[in-house]
Design a protein around this ligand. Structure first.
Ligand code: CA
Ligand code: ZN
Length: 304
């Protein structure tokens, strides 16, 4: 039977000291159930954020030990199936998020699901676009709370991370110690009030080392149409600069473009976008279309 971790197997900080909750072979599919970012503590609109036990926010399910992975390996994690369940929760919090200076009332909003739509205020029907907010591997040392994004992944809140997409991480410890959680039924780029449609869910995954990409700046995303380099830093300016440099490094070191071709093409058909601006570390991504690399003879199929 396929391996599965229930949503009771959570951790709140990525760390090399975590005990693996599950071991998988490379290429083996497995399923993780996840809580929402509040660990299910907000059950109705009466449960305001001030009742929250802050030691239990942003749980990630795992960690998953991937057999044979060594520090320095680039690991590709394929998101084969992604589902959100039950309902979604959102909060407004005075003094938090980009509008914290304008928002004066704390509120919990519950968004019901109707088929593949999320219903806002019984009025607006929004197409679902499920995505993973927190996803990553253990850092080499220390403890990175799941609310923070960094080079190991973590709380990137990147809307590209969805079903049918692969995310690349660099392992810092044997087995990588992978985990994810914080699914959103839908979220806009920026995540401006500090949350998306926060939802519990379930994800089916597969992970394996990609030797040809050793040295790739990660986190890195591959969708059917594009690649994206993701970076987090204390300012959005820096995160944007880092994501742009990381994409240029991929194009020059792995796809054999000259830096001038890479730069000109990134300026023509690449997109620098915002993931989130509400954590102490902001996250940006640089997207580049695959079809251009095909013209350069880059063997994209080698990645799959
Ligand atoms: Ca998040
Ligand atoms: Zn979230």
């Amino acid at each position: 039977m396929e391996k599965k971790l229930t949503r009771d197997n959570v951790f709140y900080a990525f760390s090399p000291d975590l005990e693996p909750a599950l071991s998988v072979q490379q290429g083996e599919t497995f399923t993780l159930e996840t809580h929402d970012c509040f660990t299910g503590q907000l059950k109705s609109e009466k449960d305001l954020l001030d009742v929250l036990d802050w030691d239990r926010v942003n749980p990630a399910t795992g960690p998953v030990f991937i057999e044979g992975v060594q520090p320095g390996d680039v690991v590709r994690v394929d998101i084969l199936k992604l589902d959100v369940i039950n309902q979604a929760t959102m909060v407004t919090v005075p003094h938090e998020g980009v509008l914290g200076d304008m928002i004066t009332e704390m509120e919990t909003a519950v968004l019901k699901y109707a088929g593949d739509h999320v219903i806002f205020r019984d009025k607006i029907s929004i197409p679902m676009a499920p995505m993973i907010g927190v996803i990553g591997v253990a850092p080499a040392q220390g403890k990175i709370p799941n609310g923070e994004p960094a080079a190991h992944g973590g709380n990137m809140d990147c809307t590209l991370i969805s079903e049918g997409v692969s995310v690349y991480f660099t392992a810092s410890v044997p087995g990588a110690l992978f985990g994810c959680g914080d699914f959103h039924a839908v979220m806009g780029d920026g995540e401006i009030v500090i949350c998306g449609a926060e939802s519990p869910g379930e994800v089916r995954l597969r992970a394996q080392v990609v030797p040809a990409l050793k040295g790739l700046p990660t986190p890195f995303i591959e969708t059917p149409e594009k690649f994206a380099a993701v970076a987090s830093a204390s300012s959005l300016d820096q995160a944007g600069t880092d994501a742009t440099h990381n994409m240029a490094a991929f194009l020059t070191q792995f796809a054999s473009l000259s830096i001038n071709d890479a730069g000109l093409l990134m300026s023509l058909v690449g997109d620098l976008k915002v993931c989130q601006v509400v954590d102490p570390q902001k996250t940006a991504r640089f997207e580049f279309p695959k079809w251009v690399l095909k013209e350069y003879g880059y063997a994209i199929s080698a990645l799959k």
